[in-house]
Write a protein that binds this ligand. Structure first.
Ligand code: NAI
Length: 331
């Protein structure tokens, strides 16, 4: 199928081109986002392929349909960037990649924990500066620590297994218990109790109306003083301003985030020559006990291979009129 592939970086082109050796789609790569200013470039393409920071509003979906597009393939699990109601009304099918590598995200969460605990970000710079002092680098054993997991689905389970390997005591909160976690010895408790007893809290639940600002000024009162908070899930799970206050008063002793509420204005681009206008983000960056990565938890060779393979297979199945399990419809 002829596919207009928007918002592509070098790595997207590399992995999609490789996977396409098997599918033989006619891929046209565009480096820019799909927006109302660029949507006309998709004219005549039966399929468009997008990423999580291409916001496909009703207006854009309608224009795509009027220009002949019948399929939107997102290279992501999340689909809240696409107006599904508009897609259904315009007769446009939407497909996604529901899972690509839970290990990638779980391992990145563990990376943030190790970095914050053993202050590897500081140690790296110190040694490069010939400063071999250990002052201020004191950490704690993960073995024997209590780790709270919020959301024990695919990624939460991978994370639980890794932390179990470290010898941590595991607590969890989820709206439904995962038998594999129970088998591992995970103890399910109400949310506030998980916060109360955990040395480290890691968020692995989706962003939904009921999980929006799950960590807020009220729930932060339940955290152990000096606790570590890790978020590799979605920025909106945390009220950033409330967390800043909690860091200032020592309630939160470490913060590791791969996602940020206002990340669409920042992440995935090189802004090193720009004055960042987001004061909240800049304040967070200034704290010594905060580590931020720019939504890279998924970013492994394995995950990109799976994303490319599933995206192109989705398009092939739709093209051939076969049943595609990864179609999403408006509820
Ligand atoms: P999943 O659907 O397998 O698991 C989500 C879990 O959250 C389920 O067990 C579900 O019952 C639970 N949950 C639902 N509502 C809840 C609530 N109100 N409170 C507590 N738990 C609740 O999803 P998966 O694959 O484990 O992904 C988790 C999240 O990771 C995704 O929603 C996404 O936001 C994030 N993610 C981040 C990536 C990154 O690169 N940083 C990449 C991929 C996913």
């Amino acid at each position: 199928m002829r596919v207009a592939v928007f918002n592509t970086k070098s790595y997207d082109r590399e992995f999609l081109t490789k996977a396409n050796e098997k599918y033989h789609h006619d891929l046209h790569f565009f480096p820019f986002h799909l927006t109302k200013d660029t949507v006309s470039l998709a004219a005549g393409f039966p399929a468009v392929c997008v990423f999580i920071n291409d916001y496909l509003t009703g207006e854009i979906v309608q224009q795509l349909a009027e220009q002949g597009t019948r399929l939107i393939a997102t290279r992501s699990a999340g689909f809240n960037h696409i107006d599904l109601v508009a897609a259904r009304e315009c007769g446009v099918t939407v497909v996604r990649v529901p899972a690509y590598s839970p290990y990638a995200v779980a391992e990145h969460a563990v990376g943030l924990i190790l970095m914050l605990n053993r202050k590897l970000h500081k140690a790296y710079n110190r040694v490069r500066d010939d400063n071999f002092s250990l002052e201020g680098l004191l950490g704690f054993d993960l073995h024997g620590s209590t780790v709270g997991i919020i959301g024990t689905g695919t990624i939460g389970l991978c994370f639980a297994r890794i932390m179990h390997g470290f010898g941590c005591k595991l607590l969890a909160y989820d709206v439904q218990q995962n038998p594999a976690c129970l088998e591992l010895g995970v103890e399910y408790l109400p949310l506030t109790e998980v916060f109360t007893y955990s040395d480290i809290v890691s968020l692995h639940c989706p962003l939904l109306p009921e999980t929006y600002h799950l960590v807020n000024s009220e729930t932060l009162q339940h955290f152990k003083p000096g606790a570590m908070l890790i978020n590799t899930s979605r920025g909106g799970l945390i009220d950033t301003k409330a967390v800043i206050e909690a860091i200032k008063c020592g309630r939160i002793g470490y913060l590791g985030i791969d996602v940020y509420e206002q990340e669409e204005n920042l992440f995935f681009e090189d802004l090193s020559d720009t004055v960042i206008q987001d004061d909240v983000f800049q304040l967070l960056q200034s704290f010594p006990n905060v580590v931020i990565t720019a939504h890279q938890a998924f970013f492994t060779r394995n995950a990109l291979t799976n994303i490319a393979e599933t995206t192109l297979r989705n398009i092939k199945e739709i093209e051939e009129g076969k049943e595609c399990p990864n179609v999403i419809v408006a509820r």
